[in-house]
Design a protein around this ligand. Sequence first.
Ligand code: ADP
Length: 479
Amino acid sequence: MNVLSVASEIYPLIKTGGLADVVGALPLALKAHGVATKTLVPGYPAVMSKISNPVTVLVLADLFGETATVLAAEHEGLDILVLDVPAFFDRPGGPYVDQAGLDYPDNWRRFAALSKVGAEIANGALPDWRPDLVHVHDWQAALVPVFLRYQLQPEIPSLLTIHNIAFQGQFSAIHFGALGLPTHAYYEALEYYGTLSYLKAGLRTSHAISTVSPSYAEEILTPEFGMGMEGIIASRADSLYGIVNGIDAITWNPAGDPLIAATYAGGTLKRRQANRQSLCAYFGLDQDDGPIFSVVSRLTWQKGMDVVAEIADEIVAMGGKLAILGAGDAELEAALMAAAMRNPGRVGMTIGYNEPLSHLMQAGADALLVPSRFEPCGLTQLYALRYGCIPVVARTGGLNDTVINANEVAIAANVATGVQFSPVTAEGLRQAVRRVIRLYSDQKLWSAMQKQGMKSDVSWGRSAVRYHELYGSLLSKGN
Ligand code: ADP
């Protein structure tokens, strides 16, 4: 089976969040099922500089006013198609925002271009390769099924995966004319309260919709989590699937991770101590036995980082330490940094994006705080499970599906892998931290939980089976 995947990020070429991890890992996991995936991504500078020996496979003379070239390259086992349009993608900022953190004003065109080329390739534009199915990710690629339906009309099934429904690709309706779609596409698909919504259009036109955990698939049917899309999702409920993400078990493996101070496994947990020491040294934390709570996150309201800032001093007062790695909202960065300044030796913070350090944090911290207000799947808690770092998570979305709460029954049955709490308030997190400190004081129980977490199946194995089945059912419906 040949699959065209279209996305705005792919690890290890370009990453701002979990989307990239999934887009990079799924093709590798699906290979074992006979699925050959090619992934179309924009040619940002980071992508262009990392690929080697690219071959031109397609030239489009007029893609929204620009000449576009599609390059094919292989990178670490992935077949990549790069959409090279310097006017759209050769910029010094991030994939979506400029150096000042502001959305590029032409994002509507940049990602319409990605989708348009995705649709052309899905329709057989490449000379030597034709996909059987197209799998698109998030709003940036959500116009692929729209161009397919309204411009090209081929017989190819499409799957749209929602990684985070908070991001919807909403733009002024004045751009509709430039998309080159017939007027009825506006009313049937794109129109959203007088604006354009790329995500809504994809939800309307793709053959199936999936999201990255079963709990989130349920949640987005409700106004609280659907963020205005709940009605459209409900109208597609018979084509909605929830498949939890896995992790790249080679990159994230404490037994062989070159980015940590000492490798270890479930039977050699004592060796974690060296990572703990390195972590304390890095963040300037006291080398004592107090439990180290960590945060590796975008610093946003979604992630509940305001609540962490609010109780940081109390974590310290309870004997804990806090190590924070993240970047995001300036106010949250400042509030967390202020907590670090107030608590030298007890709270440490690094602002920025640091992939190697994120590995050491999973290997050296005792517990990972993930107090998200909503969380489609979440990856950091999966890494934490694998690294024997106890995840302390809000009871929502994928966090609910992947962490087994240490209640009395779960502890007695020796199946607990972490701590869940609700609601996401200072009081909710405070009580969770109290529970963690109590659990930590019983080191036998703690290491039993660590070992149980390390045994959890967080690989892509089972999820790849589910995607393969879903692809298969879409193909058989099309025939
Ligand atoms: P989201 O995609 O919403 O940001 P996920 O938990 O699904 O959340 O994925 C976040 C990914 O980004 C994980 O791989 C995590 O380790 C990584 N990450 C987040 N912030 C940082 C950071 N400051 N430095 C390094 N890695 C980070």
